[in-house]
Design a protein around this ligand. Structure first.
Ligand code: PEP
Length: 258
């Protein structure tokens, strides 16, 4: 086991919520609640919809906020006849630092599979945008004893053909599907077990890169459960959906140690 300290990452996933104006207000309200010392301890990111990225970037730049801009999706090609899609280059030019790929809502509703997730992740990396690769099992898979098998397959497929130095730089989000938006978070011991499994899986292929890759947890995080989850040794941060829509609640999650 290595001893590299990984910087925690807390990301608000606003999904399809908020107009550009509301997203600007949320970023500002979040920044009022956080102190400079908070940003020293944790990387903070917000993932608004595509229509809000430019406005959020403007607020962040004008107020000089150390908040990372995160996109919720990206296409694998860098340009072309892909109506309705957005490329990694377009995101990079908007100062987007991270992009979520393979969220379970996209896997479920838009047929995103590991091969597509892998192509998206590699496209993001090629433009200097860090992918947040989301993986997680359904309740049926967990109850059938197939949680590790499912997540292991997603990790291998999504990180295929990536050199180890790139793997070390990306983020994996373990988000059990049964915990997303249900109010039923994974018990910290369960999240730790799965995230440790993901890390060991990465270690078997990429060696020490497993000590650098940040693996975060997502699924019904709230201010009441965040500290216990973040206390686990392999959990490097959180992806926060519903609770992130209120800036005060989001700030309380970001400051999980207080
Ligand atoms: C998510 O969708 O990434 C998520 C974690 O949502 P929630 O916090 O609402 O479960």
């Amino acid at each position: 086991m290595g001893s590299i300290a990984r910087r925690p990452l807390m990301v608000a996933n606003w999904k399809m919520h908020g107009t550009f104006f509301e997203a600007m207000q949320w970023v500002q309200a979040l920044s009022y609640q956080l102190d400079p010392a908070d940003y020293d301890r944790v990387d903070v990111g917000v993932a608004p919809s595509f229509t809000s990225l430019r406005s959020v970037q403007t607020v962040i730049q004008m107020d000089d906020l150390p908040i990372h801009i995160v996109a919720q999706n990206v296409h694998w090609a860098n340009k072309g006849a892909y109506t309705g899609e957005v490329s990694a280059r377009m995101l990079a030019k908007l100062a987007v630092s991270y992009v979520i790929v393979g969220h379970s809502e996209r896997r479920r509703d838009f047929g995103e599979d590991d091969r597509m997730v892998n192509r998206k992740a590699r496209a993001a990396l090629s433009e200097g945008v860090t992918p947040i690769v989301a993986v997680g099992e359904t309740l049926e898979q967990r109850e059938g004893g197939r949680a590790e098998q499912t997540v292991g397959r997603q990790v291998s497929g999504s990180l295929a053909r990536m050199p180890s130095d790139q793997v070390g730089r990306l983020v994996v989000a373990y988000e059990p599907v049964w915990a997303i938006g249900t109010g039923r978070h994974a018990r910290p011991a369960v999240a730790q077990e799965m995230i440790s499994y993901i890390r060991s899986r990465i270690r078997s292929k990429h060696g020490d890169a497993a000590d650098q890759v940040r693996i975060i947890y997502g699924g019904s995080i709230n201010p009441g459960n965040v500290a216990a989850l973040m206390a686990k040794r392999d959990i490097d941060g959180g992806l926060i959906g519903g609770a992130s829509l209120d800036p005060g609640t989001l700030a309380a999650c970001v400051r999980y140690w207080t």
